[in-house]
Design a protein around this ligand. Sequence first.
Ligand code: ZN
Length: 364
Amino acid sequence: MLLSVIVIFLISIGIKITADGHRYLGSFIGIKKATESYVATKVEEWVQDIKDISTAASSETQLAHVGFYFDAILENKCEEFNPDSQSILKAKKECKAMKTKMEEDRKFHLLNTSSASLRRQIALLSEKGASAWLSTLPLKNCGFVLSKQQFQDGLRLRYNIPLVGVSLECACGKSNSINHALICKLGGYTHLRHNHLRDTLFNLLDVVFKDVVKEPQLLPVTNEHLPRGTTLKQDARLDISCRGFYSALDKTFIDVRVLHPNSQSNLEKPLLSMYRCHEEEKKTKYLQRIIQVEKANFSPFVMSTTGGIAPEATAFLKKLAQKLSAKLNRSYPNIMGYLRRKLRFELLKTTLMAVRGFRRNSNV
Ligand SMILES: [Zn+2]
């Protein structure tokens, strides 16, 4: 009698009563049949989601990929929004540690059983920012949109898979490949890649610094004693200069380089040595001239075609992110994430142009 009264009361205030079970803290507690039914429904929903994403992928490849990525993230985040007891938090932490350990073991095994070239490819793809384009929403205003062909080509470049529909022979007469297309001078794509990165960096600096100049001419060398290797050209120019980067009103010169890590001259070098080598080349050529003649600072800005950022460029970006964060009143991680994405996308677009772009041999 008392039970009936309680049941009627609970129903009257809108509480559903079930004998089968109910979802609780991201899981399901109840009888076996109801649990199986709950899981089956979830699997069905998930299968339908995958089918929908696959259909969309044929025309909106980038959007479908990012949608799938965010769907996976949201699944995880949703669980975090539920009320958590300490024991559940502890269990989650342990699960995460186990997952990380398994992934590290798998990576260790993969690295130990793969060829040197595959190991290098994995190292390149694991560099910070190199994969940023895969998890970025296709926002047109930010320039983060890729066509379906660009997105698919980007994946082919990433996994070193030959491109479809590209001639086996380059117009320069050499055998064509992704590696060749990224170093071939014909067509001007290597210049375009450099200039576009310079312009992107220029636009970012222009938001926050004064007196930002593209291709500034250096002061002529007179009686200064400059070390061997320093360029003495009277009409020498660097890529960008600006004021206030390291200290108020002081001038800083920046010189940009995009290297291809799989070119003959870089192939044998470990990644850090490769970046350092290119930074040193720039510094040998310009640093002392900038310090002694211009009384200014110098920063080489080196990136790789695979999206890696050299150590001095990374330090430069961190400083730029601090300044932008203060100026725009946005969080530092937010700005730093944007900078990595922006540079990665602009570089990727020019890289993709080089592998598909039209080339004509003027001698023919
Ligand atoms: Zn060529």
